[in-house]
Design a protein around this ligand. Structure first.
Ligand code: ARG
Length: 488
């Protein structure tokens, strides 16, 4: 339809190469809504008349249910315009593309799609965080070893681990939440690159489509895809967090650890080994994370060398967005269900503590509270652990005489050291751990209550935004329908 200055048709292979039709189904509905808002604005500003607007709007409304999948058009914008012209006639339909370009159109469609995807992602993120906080509340007395270098480090609580994931996911939620403001601006009316002489009203279309403002500069509006890069970067960071969490759960569900048991509904079996119960869902979270990082890299490398103004390379940016949204939303949904059905093996977690020396720092800190310099306390307890582990004993089982061998040249009294060890237990460790954000017993409930309030606040904000967009589009629909009726 647009080839009047060119000779000849595109051959099939070239058309297939050029066309984005197969990638455009994700934005077809947004393209129609954008065209409806643009048409109503043309009418408002007397650029087209009421009959023409009604014909265009009627044709667009009909297309909502029935957009052909195959066509000779190079993209969804050409396809929809050609179908509107076919249905509404050249006189009316031919006016729909007044004062706009596919360049502002495609930027608009992508922004509308990402806006919805961000709201959905925020909703799913908030749900999974809520699950983690609820699980933390249920497991706030369940002790476990905390690890560094995958070696037992300190006594901790299962709730503390879950709250750590919740906090990482809160940051992801916030990254999407804040990025929304930069996405929710309308590029429509920027034209091909430099604007238009036709007296359009950009604020009117922005309002009709529920945008908070404009991407004002027409070059910026049509060229920039940094909002896409930002969305995909947030997605890559989110998936990296989910993947790390998946890795912890994979390790903990091994028969060697058995800290947790995944529900059968979220595991797979082997075609050959009848005993197998594999954590495939979690492995796929890791696997899909690599893909999302790939999509983010693809977009950044497309953008870094592009000259200003629309270039067709930008068409390829779209294809990284749709699968990313699908991966992040489905990962959040599946992991949320997996968490809700997972069993925590309290006994195994306790055994892991009792078999190790993660109480050591608590003993050293008890000595510090008695006035011993930390470095001396560290040395004495380190020596004790060395002796105990050589003789495969627990610290509790060591005698006062054995204490003497490590405390003789120090200011630490062997009997006193023995008493400290006898009274230092995993329970006392968690009672005395008071620093803010620690695994300490009292910190858990405080953090749980605080995070619950945060979940509520984000839920209110996300709902409000979703309703604002929905509300604007409902008004748009009513305006389209009332004009449609006035035509018949
Ligand atoms: N199919 C194009 C895309 O997805 C739409 C914009 C085309 N504009 C142009 N001037 N060729 O990016």
């Amino acid at each position: 339809m647009y080839r009047s200055r060119l000779d000849g048709k595109l051959d099939d292979v070239t058309l297939e190469f050029l066309s984005s039709i197969s990638d455009d189904s994700a934005i077809a509905q947004y393209d129609i809504l954008g065209s409806q808002a643009h048409t109503l604005m043309l009418l408002e500003n007397k650029i087209i008349n009421k009959q023409e607007a009604a014909k265009i709007l009627h044709a667009l409304e009909k297309l909502k249910e029935n957009i052909p999948e195959k066509s000779e058009a190079e993209d969804i914008h050409e396809l929809i315009e050609s179908l509107v012209i076919k249905n509404a006639g050249k006189e009316a339909g031919g006016k729909m593309h007044t004062a706009r370009s596919r360049n502002d159109q495609v930027a608009l469609d992508i922004r509308m799609k990402i806006r919805d995807d961000i709201n959905m992602t925020c909703f799913c993120l908030n749900q999974i965080i809520e699950t983690l906080v609820d699980l933390a509340e249920k497991n706030k007395h369940v002790m476990m070893p905390l690890y560094t270098h995958m070696q037992q480090a300190q006594i901790g609580l299962f709730s503390h681990f879950l709250l750590a994931y919740a906090d990482a996911l809160f940051r992801d939620l916030d990254r999407f939440y804040v990025a929304y403001g930069r996405v929710n601006e309308s590029p429509l009316g920027a034209g091909p690159v430099g604007g238009t002489s036709i007296p359009i009203d950009r604020h009117s279309t922005a309002k009709m489509l529920g945008f908070k403002g404009l991407v004002e500069n027409s070059i910026d509006a049509t060229t920039s895809r940094d909002f896409v890069a930002e969305y995909l970067s947030n997605a890559a960071i989110l998936m990296t967090n989910l993947s790390r969490m998946a890795e912890d759960f994979i390790i903990w569900s091994t028969s060697e650890f058995s800290f947790i048991e995944l529900s059968d509904r979220f595991t797979s079996s082997s075609s050959v080994m009848p005993q197998k119960k594999n954590p495939d869902v979690l492995e796929l979270v890791r696997g899909k994370t690599s893909q999302v990082i790939g999509y983010q890299t693809a977009v950044l490398s497309s953008l870094k060398g592009l000259p200003s103004g629309y270039n067709r390379d930008l068409q390829q940016v779209k294809v990284s967005i749709w699968p990313t949204s699908k991966i992040i939303i489905s990962s959040l949904l599946v992991v949320n269900s997996l968490l809700k059905t997972m069993q925590v093996n309290e006994k195994k977690l306790r055994q892991a503590i009792d078999g190790g020396y993660s109480i050591s720092l608590d003993i050293a800190e008890a000595l510090v509270r008695k006035g011993i310099p930390f470095r001396n306390a560290h040395k004495v307890v380190g020596n004790l652990v060395q002796i105990a582990s050589h003789s495969k004993k627990s610290l509790l089982a060591m005698s006062v005489d054995e204490m003497k061998t490590v405390s003789s040249d120090n200011e630490i009294n062997a009997k006193e050291l023995h008493d400290i060890i006898q009274s230092t237990t995993p329970e006392s460790s968690l009672d005395t751990r008071k620093s803010q954000g620690s695994a300490g017993k009292y910190e858990q409930q405080r953090m749980i209550d605080n995070r619950k309030r945060k979940v509520q606040a984000y839920a209110i904000g996300t709902n409000k935004r979703t309703n604002e967009v929905r509300g604007a589009l409902d008004v748009l629909h009513n305006n389209v329908m009332s004009l449609d009726k006035s035509k018949s």
